[in-house]
Design a protein around this ligand. Structure first.
Ligand SMILES: C=CC1=C(C)c2cc3[nH]c(cc4nc(cc5[nH]c(cc1n2)c(C)c5CCC(=O)O)C(CCC(=O)O)=C4C)c(C)c3C=C
Ligand SMILES: [Fe+2]
Ligand SMILES: [Fe+2]
Length: 334
């Protein structure tokens, strides 16, 4: 397929962006990462003057060593899984785009928090003479806490730039048939290989309920994702459910909570579950540790027999094909 580009392909860039991760599984590195992440008012909406003292005096000293241990348990030779997988996705996407379009488009990745930063990658692209950049946040479902945070970081950097590049920004892709097909196919493949469980759980990263009440469409996007995927798989209502994981702090987050659901299911006769986490484009702490280890323990302690985690789309062929389609839609006629 031709992209109908208005200038040489070497002038175009695609930037994949994911959340971010510490540079090392140590208390010190986790503290640096969490400080940047949790100081973002898109993520925590407590007035900064108040939050500064709670974050630095209580949260970071207590949370950093605990979370560093969790990171250490999933750390790989290539470093943090989230960073390593996102890098693989960018390499595979570059190859896929070149094979599909015959154009050598520059593809790279960045993290909203930590390294490599969005600013460093935009600077690098501009230094290469790239002046049209398509930014693809790897969040299928839009939330102000994630997607808008990418936008903010991008704009904060561009505010320091005299000669701006042109930018196109993908807001969400939960509604794209290729996304639902890739998700459904990954679940179908897993079930063909491992058999079916009593229940399929779509566990999404949560956000505070307050955010949704104020207009964040994330809940709606999650619901549509789960419903469309279940329909594609031909599941009846009793065969699946939607839950929300990874809550933080004391206020109410989107419900039902994944851990509380897993605690209650064995009593209702559900002894085996398969969990898929569609909000995560790459496996990370929240899937490899929180779901596969912590929540699997919760389920078993409550009388469950097995919790199997269905991997994220990562750098699978279907996912790279989807990302290539999204990138091409952004680049088309530019
Ligand atoms: C404090 C509030 C948080 C909101 C709101 C939130 C939303 C949100 N996050 C993701 C994706 C990821 N989150 C990850 C880790 C993580 N998330 C929070 C907090 C909030 N997330 C924290 C504090 C952490 C770090 C770990 C911890 O301290 O518990 C990750 C994994 C990063 C990794 O390195 O592996 C991802 C990915 C989404 C999609 C989302 C809302 C839609
Ligand atoms: Fe998170
Ligand atoms: Fe978590």
């Amino acid at each position: 397929m031709s992209l109908a580009l208005s200038q040489s392909a070497s002038r175009y860039g695609v930037l994949l962006v994911n959340l971010g991760t510490p540079d090392a599984p140590t208390s010190k590195a986790v503290r640096v990462y969490l400080r940047e992440f949790l100081s973002d008012t898109r993520v925590v909406e407590i007035p900064p003057a108040v939050w500064f003292f709670i974050l630095n005096g209580i949260i970071l000293p207590i949370r950093s060593p605990k979370v560093a241990k969790a990171y250490a348990s999933i750390w790989q030779e290539q470093g943090s899984p989230l960073r390593a997988i996102t890098e693989q996705q960018s390499i595979a996407l570059r190859q896929h785009l070149e094979q599909g379009t015959g154009e050598a488009i520059h593809v790279d990745y960045a993290m909203t928090y930590g390294n490599p930063s969005i600013a460093s990658r935009i600077k690098d692209m501009q230094a290469r003479g790239i002046d049209k950049i398509a930014v693809l946040p790897l969040y299928p479902q839009y939330s102000a806490t994630t997607t808008a945070a990418v936008f903010d970081k991008l704009m904060a950097h561009l505010k320091t730039v005299r000669n701006l590049p042109e930018i196109r920004f993908l807001k969400h892709y939960y509604e794209k048939p290729s996304y639902i097909n890739a998700l459904a196919q990954s679940i179908a493949d897993y079930r063909a290989q491992h058999g079916e469980a009593d229940k399929l759980i779509f566990s999404f990263h949560g956000i505070p309920k307050r955010c949704v009440k104020k207009g964040d469409p994330y809940f709606e996007h999650c619901q549509a994702t789960a419903q469309n995927t279940a329909a594609k798989l031909g599941l009846s209502d009793e065969q699946w459910m939607m839950t929300f994981q990874s809550r933080f702090g004391a206020e109410e987050w989107l419900k039902p909570y994944t851990d509380e659901t897993l605690e209650a299911l064995p009593e209702q006769g559900v002894k085996t579950v398969q969990v898929v986490c569609p909000a995560f484009a790459a496996d990370c702490l929240e899937t490899l540790e929180e779901i596969s280890v912590e929540n699997a323990e919760v389920f078993k302690e409550a009388g469950g027999e097995s919790l199997d985690y269905i991997p994220a789309l990562n750098d699978s062929e279907a996912h790279i094909t989807l990302l290539s389609e999204l990138a091409q839609q952004q680049l088309q006629n530019w």
